[in-house]
Write a protein that binds this ligand. Sequence first.
Ligand code: PLP
Length: 485
Amino acid sequence: MEQSPVIKFFSGEEIPVELHKVRIVQKLHLNPIEERLGAIREAGYNSFLLSTRNVFLDMLTDSGTNAMSDNQIASMLRADDAYAGSQSFERLQEAIQDVFGAKYFLPVHQGRAAEHIIFQAFVKPGDIIPMNYHFTTTKAHIEIPGGTILEIYHDDAVQIKSTKPFKGDIDIEKLKNVIAKHGAEHVPLVRMEASTNLLGGQPFSMANMREVRAICDKHNIPLIMDASLIGENAYFIKQREAEFKNTPIKDILLLMCGLCDVVYFSSRKVSSTRGGGIFTNNVKYYDMLKDMVILYEGFLTYGGCSIREIEAMAVGLRETQDETVISQSPSFIKFLVESLDAKGIPVVTPAGALGCHVDATGFLPHVPQSEYPAGALVAAFYLVSGVRGMERGTVSSVRDADGNDVLADLELMRLAMPRRVFTLSQVKYVLDRLDWLYQNRELIGGLKFYYEPKVLRFFMGKMEPTSPWPEKLMAKFRADFGNSL
Ligand SMILES: *Cc1c(COP(=O)(O)O)cnc(C)c1O
């Protein structure tokens, strides 16, 4: 029987023990804080612009950074390099059929390519797209063809501290109202995102998905799932939804996909390789999308991926059925979240998928939202630890038509936990330095832009501190830690 890797110790503690061994290693650099100050200044206080040369633990994202398994790497050697009709693609198609129960599959080079193709095909100007929550690239790809996203999560889903097991659920009443108000003809699809990324990796329940499906059926609206974090969502359904307590992950995955008309994913998340894909059991949708894959991505048996990636994707998708594989990251996240919570450090609860989400509003109540508290917290934490997190707050949103900042619902510092990459002592280092930073939080100030691109500004934008707070924070670090790294 597959088990989650949380082991009961004789001491009574429950520890997420690594159920894998590390056989390829990469040397990391923990540079002195003085060098880190130079690096973050150079990067415009934007963690996306740091070189990994200056990063100790890279917790920016789980995208393309999960550790591959021995079997994935081995599979790359048998890649059947052919432009068309590759046997590697046949193996991937079989994996899609076995793991997700879908007959038709279109490979693409990464998740946003799937979004580009699906939303170009489904969305017309004036359309409304209801969803549990948006993702940055999703929103952009819906707005390009003239659609508007509508987030219809339950009001309490954005509460930082919660015991609600499924914050990623769609509010069914809101969904009914949206369809009644705009008319089903202006709602070309409903989108459900597994382990809702920007809500803090929060899952939806199977019960909710079934209800959404029933409404879609009633109005003849397709249900589309963003399955980039489907494995973790399936794991949370097993952990948190009584009906599925004894259901194998394999069956939960099939049930979830069986409720959807079209599913797409970023393989950078699901299976630790580059690539992505779209699958369906409806030949009408397959035909509608396949020409665009050929036009924008590549021939239907590689879709912009290398054949090696096609092989590794097939193996990675099969590994999603293994509970010890998909529970590793959530169990480390749970350890970190619960340890931070016990120290009174504000974090999103319950622990979700992909990372630990520190609440910058609660951490830095003295930094106004117009000075980007989440961005400031990410920069400050990098400075004192060498750990690179990601801003998920107002810096990650876009200005309105009048050029005003749109203040985000949540100001979060995300510390991603890629699968099987970090050890528990590294996670304990994160905990320790965050604890120190929290004790010294009044030293942290705000940020302002001095270079701001119009599109997805969080990737390339540059900022500067509103006062010389980084130098003060560094001086306090030296006073407390002496010459230690
Ligand atoms: C990462 C992600 C995407 C985009 O995938 P890429 O491979 O980075 O293009 C889309 N949706 C969700 C939910 C994601 O997490």
